[in-house]
Design a protein. Structure first.
Length: 136
């Protein structure tokens, strides 16, 4: 489903859902990097979202524009290499303004486990579901 990953590559601002206990929490996040079916993110260790991901790494995100939306789910993995963390920090114009050093952030990746592609333009609308093998 390469058109869905290309859509994500062009729409980096996404709604990201976590849980706080049994309550869902959603916020806007930015995909910082994409390698194949793996999406990369950054957050600060003092933020609520970091604590939530530590307690329950299952996440889901949604990107949408017009009649097309892409929903993906997976697990947050905090095993991002130092080289990738530096790359993310150095290639994002906002992060250096907010944080004095790349080490002030926590970086995580999400190998995509499931992907849903919706396009409401045609009649009938397009719905495609994909499942991927992920690391455990």
């Amino acid at each position: 489903m390469e058109k869905a990953f290309e859509f994500l590559n062009q729409h980096k601002d996404v709604a990201l859902a976590t849980t706080d206990g049994n309550k869902p929490k959603i916020r806007v996040f930015q995909i910082m990097k994409q390698e194949g079916h793996v999406l990369y993110f950054a957050t600060a260790p003092h933020k609520e979202v970091y604590r939530q991901l530590q307690q329950n790494p299952n996440i889901e995100l949604l990107a949408m524009e017009g009649n097309i939306s892409v929903r993906v789910s997976g697990k947050a993995l905090f095993d991002v290499s130092d080289e990738t963390a530096r790359e993310i920090y150095n290639n994002n114009p906002v992060l250096p303004r907010l944080y004095k050093d790349y080490t002030k952030l926590a970086y995580f990746r999400m190998p995509v486990a499931t992907l849903d592609y919706f396009d409401l333009t045609p009649t009938p609308p397009t719905f495609e579901h994909y499942e991927y093998e992920t690391e455990e």
